[in-house]
Design a protein around this ligand. Structure first.
Ligand code: ADP
Ligand code: MG
Length: 130
């Protein structure tokens, strides 16, 4: 059975080289579990069903029970990049999904108070001078 053919969720999506490199490849030692197949089927079945789309899965189990490898197997089966995020105490959602920062033209920036200029310059991505 070809898992990628069966479970690839967005075959039309063109992955970048970096993303492609993050799609896990199952080692020969990988054992497919009933849970892996059930989760893949449910994700695939609901992928284009709006609010029913499964975006998060909570895996509960003892250390060494195979949670991490199951997450990686989903990457391989669904054809999606695998990455991990380590949580910390004052973590914010912007640490994962990014944040919207102000962008202002250099002409507008020059009209601002020096203190405001300093704040915006610290926030804004570096741009070429023109
Ligand atoms: N489906 C599987 N087939 C083969 N080996 C597995 C499988 N799941 C886990 N393992 C192996 O078991 C060990 C623990 O798995 P891991 O996913 O790290 O557990 P957890 O994240 O739950 O602590 C790892 O060495 C992993 O390679
Ligand atoms: Mg783990």
């Amino acid at each position: 059975m070809n898992f990628q053919e069966q479970y690839a969720v967005s075959p039309a999506r063109q992955l970048t080289e970096i993303e492609q490199g993050l799609v896990w490849k199952k080692p020969a030692s990988h054992k497919v579990s009933e849970e892996e197949l059930r989760i893949c089927n449910e994700i695939k079945r609901n992928w284009n069903r709006g609010e029913m789309k499964i975006a998060n899965i909570l895996l509960e189990g003892d250390a060494g029970s195979g949670k991490t490898q199951l997450a990686k197997a989903l990457s391989a089966n669904l054809g999606l990049p695998y990455t991990k995020v380590t949580c910390f105490a004052d973590m914010d959602k912007s640490d994962i999904i990014g944040a919207i920062l102000p962008v202002i033209s250099s002409v507008q920036l020059e009209k601002l108070e020096p203190s405001e200029q300093a704040v915006l310059q610290a926030l804004m991505p570096r741009q070429g001078s023109h």
